[in-house]
Design a protein around this ligand. Sequence first.
Ligand code: SPV
Ligand code: MG
Length: 293
Amino acid sequence: MLAKSTQFKQMLESDQVEFILEAHNGLSAKIVEETGFKGIWGSGLAISAAMGVRDNNEASWTQVLDVIEFMSDTTTIPLMLDADTGYGNFNNVRRLVKKLEQRKIAAMCIEDKLFPKTNSFIDGEAQELAKIDEFAGKIKAAKDTQEDPDFCVVARIEAFIAGWGLDEALKRAEAYSNAGADALLVHSKKSSADDIFDFMAQWKDTCPVVIVPTMYYNTPVEEFQKCGVSLVIWANHLLRTSVKAMQQTASQIYKESSIKSVESEIVSVKEVFRLQNAAELKEAEKIYLPSEK
Ligand code: SPV
Ligand code: MG
């Protein structure tokens, strides 16, 4: 089997548009893989929400690292970590890359905002962008640090989010591509994909483009393929569906003071054991554990 980083690089470089789905812990990561997805988005929003904190770097970077270690251990497909701003300056980024490679994380995405970051859908226009050369330095530092040649650094451009528009987005794209980024993530909060189409029409295509259509979910994916997007991230949908399921089940059990009616609506305990691969442990015990006569 190809290294996770190589799998990810091939997705970025393939001719067709590829899709990865958000996960926020080992279990959801496993479900993403089992479903057939070729990759996992380690979403900062979803991981922080699952921890019960805000998407403002309230969880420390090593706490995030612990979560994605579980996600990586339980899967064979590549994971791209949403590493926010890189949790500091170029030096923090260098250490991060080292730790990610040790955990077989295929890629990281860093965004050109300031630490501590704020989610792009909260007062985007009020958010300050990083200086272009400072952010380019982070990208270069990451690329100079990685030991696995296929580890990917995706540079996320927040120019549209912060209200700067196309020219600024293109200027940043060129600088980040020159700094060595393996791909650019162009983010937009519009309900149409106009920002993305405008960008793609002008982009010189020196490196692949990644998008996050959370807000422009109505746009048919063929449009993304047509304009040359390489990778689409479905960024938070397992988190959001689990919130709904948990709210419904919690409320039903609370109202009925009984677990009888929810039983047929939730997975069996056996299914949980299957996802945990309990069967493998049984087999291993036969080999390694002396049986008591
Ligand atoms: C995330 O999933 O954490 C992202 C995408 O960064 S967004 O929430 O759209 O900023
Ligand atoms: Mg994020």
